[in-house]
Design a protein around this ligand. Structure first.
Ligand code: PMP
Length: 434
């Protein structure tokens, strides 16, 4: 759709004059897909409207947090009430206890959590804790997994970095990443070799269990089982980055999904964000009491935050967690996501487009590849130019998916069967043009 009153372009130009690239997080710039980013004015339920007044069905959901859709009444009410009581005190509040209790009640591996303001902070702090608790320096991460932009973790991360084609970032000295061992996702042989070589020096293995920063790639059950076994055997901590997966793929997070296949399965530390803040800046990390009590002020591992446990953010998070804990919530969300994924696969098949897709709970991914990839190298075989045509075709027709083929998608409880069927019909139209 062309608009003779296009406001996005002048806004983008104005933004570029005062903000690097015109955006405050790289993927928003549409660098991978080209074109002008849409400047969003407001959102409600499953929809967002841009500066031209064009409506989009939103499959980004602020990159995961908006699991209830935008402007959920109970969340709005909680946030408005909290805002009236005060924005920030820098002193403890009862609501922080309530949120911590709510998170712990949903995730059996957690006995204590520390609240922070972003997933990056949570991941960075979890690594420091793992190193402090074990007295070891080395960490294992996997190619294509993104754990925020802390220096030690900016090695072969996915998402925006994948788009920009650089394995790491300028400004990270080699000495800072010398303790970061990067392995191929789902490669058991490499994992065993790394433990044989570095086992005694490994503080932790950090993993996105269902990787959402190389689109949607599941860690296989045998791979996850081996991660758990080797960490236990060598005394390293298994750190689950559930910033994206947590409270999104299932109420108990990805760890509850793996526990279906691996009885008694638990990570040692869990990093959380997105849904627990319901769209406000809030994240957390947690684990067993003995490990978490090594955090300051009890222990020697330092970490702090002016806005940590912010009263408005915790109100938003709590109201969100209460809503998603209602009986049947995840069954219904999963059915919507499954309807979308099945419909897209059928539409692609009907138009002869090579296509594969997967989903869990309210998170999905699809590839213009005949089979689902299992690691970053395979994801990279996707046809980028074709994806870009698909992206713009959908966007022009009012369907907003992530502007890069390395990103997962998100369905919310506000997406109706009609929204999903409309999306599938639009996608079929676009598939015809690929
Ligand atoms: N871990 C994962 C798995 C993520 O997806 C993200 C953000 N997309 C982060 C960490 C970093 O979170 P934040 O952007 O809140 O710093």
């Amino acid at each position: 759709m062309t608009h003779n009153t296009d406001r996005n372009l002048p806004l983008f130009e104005r933004a570029k004059a005062v903000i690097p690239g015109g955006v405050n997080s790289p993927v928003r710039a549409f660098k991978a897909v080209g074109g002008t980013p849409r400047f969003i004015e407001r959102a409600q339920g499953a929809y967002m409207w841009d500066a031209n007044g064009q409506r989009f069905i939103d499959y980004i959901g602020s990159w995961g947090p908006m699991i209830l859709g935008h402007g959920h009444p109970a969340v709005l009410e909680a946030v408005q009430k909290a805002a009236l009581e005060g924005f920030s005190f820098g002193a403890p509040t009862e609501r922080e206890i309530e949120l911590a209790e709510a998170i712990i009640a949903l995730v059996p591996s957690l006995e204590m959590v520390r609240l922070v303001s972003s997933g990056t902070e949570a991941g960075m702090s979890a690594i420091r804790l793992a190193r402090g608790a074990t007295g070891r320096s080395k960490i294992i991460k996997f190619e294509g997994c993104y754990h925020g932009h802390a220096d030690a973790l900016l090695v072969k991360a996915g998402s925006g970095l994948a788009t920009f084609g650089s394995a790491t970032s300028a400004g990270v000295p080699p000495e800072v990443v010398q303790h970061t061992v990067v392995l191929e996702y789902n490669n058991i042989t490499q994992l065993e070799e790394a433990f044989a070589l570095h086992g005694a020096d490994l503080a932790c293995v950090m993993i996105e269990p269902i990787a959402g920063n190389m689109n949607f790639v599941r860690a296989s059950v045998p791979f996850m089982r081996r991660c758990r076994e080797l960490c236990s055997q060598y005394g390293a901590l298994l750190v689950f980055d559930e910033v994206m997966n947590g409270f999104r793929v299932a109420l108990g997070g990805a760890q509850s999904v793996y526990a279906r296949d691996i009885p008694g399965f638990e990570p040692d530390l869990t990093v959380m964000g997105k849904v627990i803040g319901g769209g406000m800046p809030l994240a957390a990390f947690g684990g067993k009491r003995a490990v978490m009590e090594q955090m300051a002020p009890l222990g020697a591992v330092y970490q702090a935050g002016t806005l940590s446990g912010n009263p408005v953010a915790t109100a938003c998070g709590l109201a969100t967690l209460r809503a998603i804990s209602q009986p049947g919530f995840f069954e219904s969300l999963s059915a919507s996501t499954r309807r979308l994924v099945d419909g897209l696969m059928a539409a692609a098949a009907a138009e002869g487009v090579p296509f594969s897709a997967d989903c869990e709970g309210g998170m999905f991914g699809f590839f213009l590849l005949p089979e689902l990839p299992s690691n970053y190298g395979q994801v990279m075989r996707s046809d980028g130019a074709r994806f870009n045509r698909l992206f713009h075709g959908l966007l022009d027709r009012g369907v907003y998916i992530a502007p890069a083929l390395y990103e997962a998608g998100f369905v919310s409880a506000a997406h109706t069967a009609q929204d999903i069927d409309d999306t599938i019909a639009v996608a079929r139209d676009v598939f015809k043009t690929l």
